[in-house]
Write a protein that binds this ligand. Sequence first.
Ligand SMILES: [Zn+2]
Length: 144
Amino acid sequence: MRKIERIFVHCTASNQNWGTKELWAEFKAKGWKQPGYHYVVTADGGVHQMLAVEEVSNGVKGYNSTAINVAYVGGIERPNKKIVAVDNRTPAQKATLRKLLGILHKKYPAARIMGHRSIWGEDNPKKWEKSCPCFNAVEEYKDI
Ligand SMILES: [Zn+2]
């Protein structure tokens, strides 16, 4: 069994209508053999498993061997052709994420739930190399 120390929350930084097919195409285009996430939550609130938890996904460089990576589809908008990072989770995605994280944390109670950007600290946005998942996951899920 893998030792799970962290459960990372991500956004896919993609169009919000994407599903696993589009995500797989993107990962393959990057030359990745493993997907970026174990679980993906689509805009309709559906959960899609892309990889068994015992396998290592490609979510946070340097942390993957002890991590489970979970993502919601979305996280960007394109006003005036610019790309802006934004928490655009649908109510269905919010509900499913909370439920999924609850299930995972029950199975791995020693694991910390955090956002991708949380590895650089939630208190200092200047240190974030990425804004993913575009909200403070440590704060939002501290009760789980
Ligand atoms: Zn991420």
